[in-house]
Design a protein around this ligand. Structure first.
Ligand code: ADP
Ligand code: G6P
Length: 733
């Protein structure tokens, strides 16, 4: 039976070696806590690092470790101290983590880190390859394992591989500073589905793929030579019932924990005092130091709240071998010490500070006892703590103050959203939270709870999995069949058996590749030989069918006497005769549209207008890819509103937008030729949108072939111009 394999650096449990014993303690962090709920129910195996190094593990303990992990459905990838240094503390947390969270000044670009990252990623990939069967679904997680998808795909090309990034994907301007940026992108592109928490991360990623790898991206799909990759956003949810039920159970239980007693006695001793909660891993991306500073600012701006408010900071130790984390620890210790020293009174300490990991029940005590949760990351992929706090507020009271820079802010509009760099706003928002009427609190919480309980972690995981499975099944490359050697054999047999054959062959992107200057994409000797052979073959009628102007094609092919249809069907030439109009078309619309295109040329460096007799084309192949596409969308909108009821249409080709009369297209022209005689073999091949008209309009027995992997109405596809020539050569062999 097919199983799901989850792979992440951090397993849901961390092992600790005591005196001859092995303890499994739950891992902290969004990935492990979130995925744990997905893992517990199903048929899954979780591969990851136990948190111990080879040097920690005495040989006699190894079987016990495997056993301890197996109890949790896990298998370990063992890492040496040196590997943990370079891969985990090094490249993952001193290069990628700071860079992807926009802390460029902290990012270190060390070749050694990178080399270890590669070799450890290979270790994870090998573990997957060894454990997986062909029909398994492989789900790779997070920034520590970005090369794994490609490494697995190479060995298991048919496997379904999903990848989810739990941290932000930064803008292209940041990402491009990484010396190994192409390798990282290519590593990720081994996946069939790549998921992000928000649409912004998704669009940053697609922009980097387009700009750095020059790949074709259409909406949220990336086209490779032989596959299509889907990219989408899936905001991660929490195990809502787990948090909500734990809070309800606690309310019903008369027995109180030590922590709860302490919290209650504090509340009783100072009625009306508000408790404000801040929970994070001790990480510079979480903005803890700024939050403490903002708290001091608040107490000075609104001194009436001194002795009436207390900030509880829970900071979980994290990545303590990384220098920036050590510095941060020191900074926070000092800040808390100074502020408490300066402002505390006999009855009041402004800040309670805990630097430790707490068991789940204590976390619930804190969530349910604090009136306000104050979460101010400077950058955060998602921030699950915000969602957990809301889920535990079963009485409908409580206020969440949340940074706009957290992924969760996109879904939690009813929270009080703040910019963590704006102290004035933070202080005022804290006041607003303290004084918010209970009715308003309840209104906000109710909406948030409804949303969080609906889109919980299970729904999140299922929607990722379903999209992954669908992606494999519906890949456009699978709708059109690939021309494999055996398919080619069948087609060429049909071809040879036929008495009267009709061929329509597109030029740019089909017989030849694209050039920066279209006039330079001239026919080469091999192409002439191939076309000569087809044109002169007994029983074959060959048409070159193109959007090109008739002057150019006249120069290149008239002396060869090939049949030609140009400008999408406006002109025709047969057997070397002069071009004649195939369609009567009006072109009085041109003077209205030309100035619009000119204004786009002025504003889009690298773009230009090609003027044909009956159409105008705006080319943007030589512009910055992202910018060009944005402008093309803009132009499309402008043209659509201008055209109104005029009988003209806009065609989006390959990096070109062409405006022409609506009653002219390649499909109409091809059908017209077909109706003039009877043929027992009809064939059309082309690469872009304008060729789709042929694929649609030719009869269903016709053999239609798309060049490239874009969505198509054609029956077959080939990967590129080289394959096109191989195919056509087969006809004359
Ligand atoms: P990150 O993944 O960056 O650490 P998140 O807020 O997304 O941030 O996830 C943190 C997770 O760790 C939450 O699920 C939270 O319940 C858990 N957690 C946070 N603090 C503690 C703590 N002191 N003890 C145990 N678990 C904690
Ligand atoms: C974030 C990352 C996770 C990581 C977690 C805890 O949530 O996205 O991949 O596991 O932090 O960090 P750690 O370094 O302890 O695994």
């Amino acid at each position: 039976m097919a199983k799901t394999i989850i792979i992440s650096n951090r397993l849901p449990v961390q092992l600790q070696i005591g005196k001859g014993t092995i303890n499994a303690i739950p891992s902290v962090g969004g990935l492990a806590t979130g995925m744990k709920s997905v893992h517990k129910g199903g048929e899954s195996l979780w591969i990851g690092w136990s948190g111990l190094t080879d040097e920690d593990i005495h040989i006699s303990l190894a079987p016990k470790i495997d056993e301890a992990l197996a109890k949790h459905g896990c298998t370990a990838v063992n890492l040496s101290e040196q590997e943990v240094e370079g891969f985990y503390y090094g490249f993952s947390n001193r290069t990628i983590w700071p860079l992807f969270h926009y802390f460029m000044e902290y990012a270190e670009f060390e070749l050694d880190f990178w080399e270890t990252y590669k070799s450890v990623n290979q270790k994870f990939a090998d573990a997957i390859i060894a454990q997986s069967d062909d029909d398994d679904i492989i789900w790779v997680h997070d920034y520590q394992l970005m090369l794994v998808p490609q490494m697995v795909k190479e060995k298991k090309p048919n496997a379904s591989i999903g990848f989810f990034l739990h941290i932000p994907f930064p803008s292209y301007e940041i990402f491009r500073t990484l010396p190994w940026r192409e390798e990282v992108l290519k590593g990720l592109l081994g996946a069939d589905l790549i998921g992000f928490h928000t649409y912004d991360y998704e669009r940053h990623f697609l922009s980097s793929v387009r700009r750095l790898l020059g790949l074709e991206v259409s909406f949220n799909e990336i086209y490779l030579q032989n596959r299509v990759i889907k990219v989408d956003s899936f905001p991660m949810g929490i195990d809502y019932n787990k948090f909500s039920n734990a809070a309800k159970k606690k309310m019903a239980n008369a027995q109180r924990s030590d922590l709860q007693e302490k919290l209650d006695s504090h509340k009783a001793s100072a009625p009306g005092t508000k408790l404000v909660l801040s929970i994070d891993r001790l990480d510079y991306s979480k903005g803890i130091a700024k939050r403490i500073n903002a708290f001091e600012y608040f107490l000075n701006k609104y001194p009436e709240y001194q002795e009436k408010i207390r900030l509880i900071i829970l900071a979980v130790p994290s990545r303590s071998n990384v220098p920036q984390y050590q510095l941060l620890k020191r900074e926070i210790d000092e800040l808390v010490g100074r502020i408490n020293g300066e402002l505390a009174t006999v009855n009041w300490t402004p800040i309670w500070y805990f630097y430790r990991s707490l068991p789940f029940d204590s976390l619930i005590d804190l969530y349910t006892s604090c009136d306000i949760a104050w979460l101010t990351p400077l950058r955060d992929g998602m921030n699950l703590v915000a969602k957990e706090y809301i889920a535990t507020r079963t009485k409908g009271t409580g206020v969440l103050i949340l940074s706009e820079m957290a992924g969760s802010a996109y879904e939690m509009n009813e929270a009080l959203l703040i910019n963590p760099n704006n102290f004035e706003e933070q202080a005022d928002t804290l006041k607003q939270a303290i004084t918010m009427p209970e009715e308003e609190q309840a209104n906000r919480i109710e909406i948030l709870q409804k949303r969080l309980s609906r889109y919980n972690v299970e729904v999140w995981a299922n929607s990722f999995m379903e999209t992954l499975i669908q992606q494999k099944e519906e890949s456009p490359a699978r709708v059109a069949k690939k021309i494999t050697p055996s398919v080619l054999e069948t087609i060429s047999k049909k071809y040879k058996k036929a008495q009267k054959r009709l061929l329509f062959i597109d030029y740019d992107g089909t017989l030849t590749g694209f050039h920066k200057d279209p006039q330079k994409a001239i026919p080469d000797e091999e192409m002439y030989q191939l076309l000569d052979a087809l044109h002169n073959q007994e029983g074959t009628t060959m048409f070159l069918i193109s959007g090109r102007d008739h002057e150019t094609f006249g120069r290149w092919f008239l002396h060869k006497k090939y049949n030609m249809i140009v400008e999408h069907g406006v002109w025709i030439s047969k057997n070397g005769e002069a071009f004649q109009l195939l369609e009567q078309v009006k072109n009085d619309w041109m003077q209205k549209i030309r100035p619009v295109l000119e204004s786009f040329v002025d504003r889009t460096p690298g773009s230009f207008i090609e003027e044909k007799n009956f159409s105008l084309a705006w080319h943007y192949r030589n512009t910055d890819p992202d910018f060009g596409q944005k402008r093309a969308a803009e132009l499309n909108e402008v043209l659509t509103s201008l055209i109104g009821n005029d009988d003209i249409s806009v065609l989006s080709g390959n990096k070109v937008m062409e405006i022409k009369s609506s009653n002219v297209n390649k499909g109409r022209a091809a059908v017209r030729i077909l109706s003039e005689d009877t043929y027992d073999f009809v064939f059309a091949i082309g690469d872009d949108w304008t060729d789709e008209f042929m694929f649609q309009e030719l009869p269903k027995e016709a053999i239609t072939v798309k060049v490239g992997l874009n969505k198509t109405q054609a029956k077959y596809f080939v990967e590129g111009t080289k394959r096109v020539r191989e195919l056509l050569k087969k006809f004359i062999a």
